[in-house]
Write a new protein. Sequence first.
Length: 405
Amino acid sequence: MTASESQECAPIIVVGAGPVGLFQVLSLHLRGFNCVVIEKRHTPISDTRSLGIHPPCLDMLDELGLLNQFLKKGIRVDKGIAHNGRKKLGEINFSSTQEFGQKHPYILIHPQYETERILKNAVSVLSSHSIRYGFEVTDFQDNGNHLVVYSDEISQSPDTQVSESQEDKSPILIACDGKDSALRSMAGIAYTGSPYPDTYAMGDFSDLEYAQSPPYVYITSEGLVESFPIAEQKRRWVIKTEHYQSNPQPHWLTESIYARVGVRPDISSCSMISSFGVQHHRAAVRQKNRFFLVGDAAHVISPIGGQGMNLGWLGAWQLALDLKKLQNEDKLYNSSKNPLPPTSYSTNFDAVITEVTRRAHWNMKMGRKSKLQWLKQLLIQFILQVPSTAKRLAVRFSMSDLPTK
């Protein structure tokens, strides 16, 4: 077997078994690539985290043959209501995304723990050894036409020493290990950005009108309030706060919501409450020869609008297409084609990141407390009452006008 043939047999290594890493593996498998996932966690997450799946990514899940599984427990959102706490300002209807070629013109609310479960099971079907849980990458070496990846087993017991180390050869290494990416640091890639001044608090409460009541976005004089159904007959409430609340309490949150929108969630049913700040970061490069950054390892945007995970999926999809193209052009495994040529993901995808970041910033800006709040409300009311601008807002909010193929 020649060196080129040996390299071609080696699987692509993806680091991180979160929703982006698992989606990356499935996107690559669809194009005929074998992969191994290295994940330092021993167990999956158990909370909701990223919730919204937008039309372009629903189309991708359909191509992967997984959409029906997502629809079983997901909540289909066909429209959203804009309100000012006293009256309805209008509504966003996502059916207009069909005009942009989306086969699934709605947003699906789906808890991240269920998302990871479905993706994990799909990857495990490919091979029972596809995911290597409890291993941490300690270093990697770029040898030009391939990489060598070193990882150590992480013991679940502090009293037990590391029992196994691994050394893997791979044609491609993809870091999907989050915003604090260890691999990005190993590669010496800068990660620039800063926190926004905005802070929020959120809580989950029981919902007597579960799934039938659509999401609400309240633009009030005291700042943003969001309300939308999530899993297990609950509803999530998110409010803009003037300052970070280090120890938010259910009574404070329910009263704050009531003061702004006249609705008081059942305090006794609060199952989760927390505060969070938001930030934006971007890696200086997303490709370094055969090493790639995808998802939060490459970019972080504000979660207001629910587009962060979707942006990671769009990048993973594009990278899979790019690697298949390089393979077809005999540039992926051919050692004479070194270094690896720049991909569309490493160059053109920057425009997608910039646009999605800008939209997330606009979402935050509209939710901030302002002396001109009445003007914001008037603007939103005007946009939603004019069919052409209402359609445009729905398309932009659902990410349906971004280049995804």
